[in-house]
Each structure stands twice: as structure tokens, then as C-alpha cells.
Ligand binder design. Structure first.
Ligand SMILES: [Fe+2]
Length: 470
């Protein structure tokens, strides 16, 4: 296995050292008066020099928040003070290697579920007026707003019985939160949970899968939950032999497990599809007797330098894809929607689980290395299979764009797209705000940030009315 130690510590992947707060940021253009709230994004930012092979996914979680109100913007960034982060800080060095390395069982426990470091670095969820920072291998961390301070690990008053995906789903109608946790070192390899609208973890059930896999996302519809059992397998034997723990097994089919939201493993139905890997789903919904799943699908993956039984250099570039699972006949239909490589999807969250017309994804740059470099945004219209691209311009790269609905929304795409952008020529970072209804127009506004913001993972928008009384 060849690992480039440096590429995820260089350029705008390099961590920043300072935690700062800054008001009255320079804005180019005009911030809409209706855009009022806080945009927070999570991502890896190693506090100390990594030990062992370092991957982008490994660093300590850092939150970057931009508060927008009355046409003005302020910024702050804070580390997520996880238990492991505090132990590293006390030791003055990194104690944990990344999860692609054999774990060190001599270290004290840093989370409820295993020997790997809970960095809390991947995503955020806002549910029951509580902000949680998420890493899929362990428990969430509770974060304060608007200060982004860490309260501590959160286990639902002792009820949390599994790890917690970085991609829980909140049903826009019921306000329930649906999540799962997957384990790679012991059974059950998959558990499925529901949190009530008022934050009570009401149910956790095991779902049987025959072997551990990396399962980064899932999907819900109004009545169903869809799990993705894809052939990116984990093996402790491989890791202890010094090989990669993960292997993409391109000769094993993909399997999608569909069950009604409140049911359990006894009623799950599995559908087989071509081998593939999916980090992120766009959405799923019901239409007649079919469940439709739209996802950023790749034929396989070599990301994280995971070995694979094929590698033609293009197969690991994700693009929009539609699956149709027929609940009556068991048939599966698969269809590529776009040739354009893109990932980190978002949509109007009011359409989650329902048929949506639009999705927004980050468009991958043509550079093959490092992986996950995005030079624009893609808006896809599923009604006529057309797309619009927004190109950031030479040397400018973004991450996931979060869709923010206009408070007086009159259409699914009536709102804005917010994304962190880094200009590698000018060496400045910005938040760029686009009119989601037309990506062919200039940006609505650009907020210049007082320090570099490294490339990161997933963000969230919290409307100002939700921040009141916190
Ligand atoms: Fe993700």
C-alpha cells in the first residue's frame, strides 16, 4: 500500500493553529437581509503532528462558524474538545494513530465503543435544539451555539447502544431523527435507532449483515429506511498483518436493505445491484410500488488508498445515479444520471424522503490527487435531467454547499447555497453565497474570512430563530 503522508497536511489541507473570533467581516456584494443564522462546518484539523500513516479523515475535529445577521457576518473557529483531544493535549503530542492503522489497545478508552480515536470531525446535526458533532465510529459530542464550545460526549442519557453515523436523517414532517451505527470489530455489525422529536432515543435494533463494511450513509423515505451494504469490507486480520483494513471487493454485489421505519431485521428486504461504492446518498422517496434512491455512486473506490481489485483511474469518481427497487417484484433498475463527477450532495431538507426536484453537489476538479478537490457546484434538475454548473474560477476550490431555504420560500430551490471556498492564488478563504435558483449568475455575496479555513467535510445551517433562547 502506498500512502502519501504529506498531501493531506499540505496546501489547504494543512491544519490551522489558531482559534479566533472576528466580527464585522468584509463582505463583497450584499448579504440578503432574510439570510439570518449560523453556518457551521466540521472538518479534520490535527492538533499535533500525526503519527503513522495520516489520511484526511483522521484529524481532530474543528468547527468553523459564520454568523450572519442584518447584512453583517462574524466568524469563529473552535476545536471539538473530545476526550482524546484532551488526552493528546495533556501529553503534548498525538497519542492515537488513524483508523487505517492497527489500534493501540494500551491507550486508555477515549470513547464508548472502541480503541480508535473519536475525533468528532465529520458532520453536525441539529435536533431537538441541540447541536451534535459526529464521527461514525463513536458517540456524538454536544456543542454550544453560537460559541461552538464543547459540552462533552452525548449518549442520550445512557441509552445510546451503538456508534452514531455522521449522516442521521431528520424527517421533515415528523421531526424524528433516524440513525444507525455500524461496527467493524464485533457483532452486531449494524444497529438501527430512532430518536423522538423531543430527543428521546426510543428504539435501537440490530440489523443482520454477514460481515463488517464501511457504511458511511443511508437514506429514508416517508415510510422506509434504506441501508447500503456495499463491498468495502473491513478485516481485523488484514490490519494485524499490516495490510489495509479495508478492501473494495469489486466482485461482490452491492446489497440494499429496505425496511419499514418502525420495523426490524425480521422484515428487511435485500435487493442486489452491481458492485459499487457510495459515500453519500442524495435522497430517497416512494413512488407507487418502487423505492427510488438517488446517490453519488462510484464503480469502486480507491480513496484513502484503499486497495481494490481494479483501478482504471476513473472508477472511483462519483456521479449522480438512480436506483429503483420494486417492492412487489424485487426488481432493481439502475441508471446513471450524469457524467459529471460530483459528491457532497445537499437538497432542500423539506424534501428529505420525498420526491425532490433539485440536488446540489460539489463538482470534482479534474486533478486526480489529492482526491476530493472540488472546483465548482452542480445543480441537477431531476424533472428534465438537466444540470447547471457554477465554476469557482482558476485556483479556487470549495466543499459541500449547504442549501438554505428563503424564509418566505415559494419554490423548492428558493434560497441560497453556502460553501467555504479557498483561493489558492490569493491564499484567502471565503464563504460564497449563491442564488440557488440560478447558478449562471454571479455570487450573491462573498464573506472574506480572517484566516484560512482548511478543506473539510459537512456543514449545517441553523436559522437565527432556532438560536434564540439558547
Ligand atoms: Fe459524509
Amino acid at each position: 500500500m502506498t500512502l502519501n503522508v504529506n498531501e493531506y497536511l499540505q496546501g489547504n489541507f494543512a491544519p490551522v493553529q489558531e482559534e479566533i473570533a472576528s466580527d464585522e467581516l468584509v463582505v463583497i456584494g450584499e448579504l440578503p437581509s432574510e439570510l439570518s443564522g449560523m453556518f457551521v462546518r466540521n472538518g479534520p484539523n490535527p492538533r499535533f503532528a500525526p503519527i503513522g500513516n495520516h489520511q484526511w479523515f483522521d484529524g481532530d475535529g474543528m468547527l468553523h462558524g459564520v454568523f450572519i445577521h442584518n447584512g453583517k457576518a462574524s466568524y469563529r473557529n473552535r476545536y471539538i474538545q473530545t476526550r482524546a483531544f484532551k488526552m493528546d493535549t495533556e501529553a503534548g503530542r498525538a497519542l492515537w494513530k488513524g483508523p487505517m492503522e492497527p489500534p493501540n489497545f494500551d491507550l486508555p478508552p477515549n470513547n464508548l465503543f472502541g480503541p480508535f480515536k473519536n475525533t468528532a470531525n465529520t458532520a453536525l446535526v441539529w435536533h431537538n435544539r441541540q447541536l451534535l458533532a459526529l464521527w461514525e465510529g463513536a458517540e456524538p459530542y454536544e456543542i454550544t451555539l453560537p460559541n461552538l464550545e464543547t459540552v462533552g460526549p452525548y449518549d442520550y442519557h445512557g441509552k445510546l447502544g451503538s456508534r452514531f453515523t455522521a449522516h442521521p436523517k431528520i424527517d421533515p414532517q415528523t421531526q424524528e431523527m433516524i440513525f444507525y451505527g455500524y461496527a467493524v470489530t464485533s457483532e452486531p455489525y449494524l444497529q438501527y435507532s430512532i430518536v423522538s422529536p423531543d430527543g428521546d432515543l426510543i428504539k435501537t435494533v440490530p440489523i443482520h449483515i454477514p460481515a463488517p463494511v464501511m457504511m458511511h450513509d443511508f437514506a429514508i423515505t416517508e415510510h422506509y429506511t434504506i441501508f447500503m451494504y456495499l463491498p468495502l469490507t473491513f478485516s481485523m486480520e488484514r490490519i494485524m498483518r499490516g495490510e489495509s483494513a479495508y478492501l473494495f471487493e469489486s466482485d461482490i454485489p452491492s446489497r440494499f436493505g429496505i425496511l419499514k421505519r418502525y420495523e426490524d431485521n425480521s422484515s428487511i428486504r435485500w435487493f442486489e445491484a452491481l458492485p459499487c461504492y457510495i459515500f453519500h446518498t442524495v435522497n430517497a422517496y416512494e413512488t407507487g410500488e418502487e423505492i427510488v434512491l438517488i446517490a453519488c455512486r462510484m464503480k469502486g473506490t480507491t480513496c484513502l488508498d484503499i486497495p481494490t481489485k481494479f483501478n482504471d483511474g476513473q472508477d472511483d469518481r462519483p456521479s449522480l445515479y438512480r436506483f429503483r427497487f420494486n417492492l412487489r417484484t424485487g426488481a432493481v433498475r439502475e441508471e446513471a444520471l450524469s457524467e459529471i463527477a460530483s459528491d457532497f450532495p445537499s437538497l432542500n431538507q423539506q424534501k428529505l424522503g420525498r420526491q425532490n426536484r433539485y440536488s446540489y453537489t460539489a463538482k470534482m476538479a479534474s486533478e486526480q490527487r489529492p482526491a476530493f478537490i472540488f472546483d465548482g457546484l452542480l445543480k441537477y434538475d431531476f424533472t428534465n435531467n438537466s444540470s447547471q454548473e457554477y465554476n469557482l474560477g482558476s485556483g479556487r476550490y470549495c466543499g459541500e454547499a449547504v442549501f438554505v431555504s428563503h424564509p418566505n420560500s415559494s419554490a423548492e430551490d428558493h434560497g441560497w447555497l453556502l460553501t467555504f471556498v479557498h483561493d489558492t492564488v490569493k491564499q484567502v478563504s471565503e464563504v460564497v453565497i449563491l442564488n440557488a435558483q440560478d447558478l449562471n449568475t454571479e455570487s450573491v455575496a462573498r464573506i472574506l474570512l480572517p484566516q484560512r479555513v482548511p478543506y473539510g467535510f459537512h456543514g449545517i445551517w441553523i436559522p437565527e430563530e432556532d438560536l434564540k433562547g439558547l
